[in-house]
Unconditional design. Structure first.
Length: 187
């Protein structure tokens, strides 16, 4: 199995800490942390994606359907649809205890272009969101993909929402090398 944490380049480095003078306590903390993260990743990988029926929906109904999907299927997250006008490109704001995601939704019959990516970049900055995503039922143009890649914007089909939010949750649970060093020094 390969996922965001299990393929982490730092995993091997973390496990090499067994050779330090803090070995027993560090090993216990690492085993507990790794066990929690691996369980979360296994749940994420094995969890079925939820599908969203878009036939007959208009753009605003699609915004609510995406928010409802997040609220009903993604633990620890609350999504809210923005007001219809003056929203600076934001359609849905999803929040957890430690993170926020600005979302632009597009219910299209053709590939989504640059404009949606530009709008969500603006919304992310305006609302000070941690992440930005464009969610659609369609695909994306090459130009939209290039812009999104350069700006760290996730381009998602709505069926990928569970995986996307699961990956954010895993990322938020991981500790940095500096945090690990500080934890070891405090022992």
């Amino acid at each position: 199995m390969k996922g965001p944490f299990l393929s982490s380049p730092h995993l091997e480095e973390l496990l090499c800490l067994n050779n330090t003078r803090f070995a027993p306590k560090v090993k216990q903390v690492l085993v507990e942390t790794l066990t929690t993260l691996v369980k979360a990743e296994v749940a994420l990988v094995s969890k079925n994606e939820c599908s969203l029926e878009t036939e007959g929906l208009d753009g605003i109904e699609y915004e609510y359907a995406v928010a409802d999907l997040i609220n009903s299927h993604i633990d620890g997250w609350a999504a809210e649809v923005s007001k219809a006008s003056g929203d600076q490109g934001l359609d849905v704001m999803a929040r957890s205890k430690s993170c926020s995601v600005a979302i632009q939704t597009k219910l299209y019959n053709q590939p989504v272009g640059n404009k949606a990516v530009q709008e969500i970049i603006a919304a992310k900055g305006f609302y000070n969101a941690d992440h930005a995503a464009v969610v659609t039922n369609a695909s994306f143009t090459k130009s939209a993909v290039e812009l999104a890649d350069s700006q760290g914007v996730a381009l998602l089909h709505h069926n990928e929402l569970l995986t996307y939010f699961g990956a954010i949750d895993l990322e938020n649970k991981m500790i940095t090398r500096e945090e690990l060093k500080q934890s070891i020094e405090s022992i």
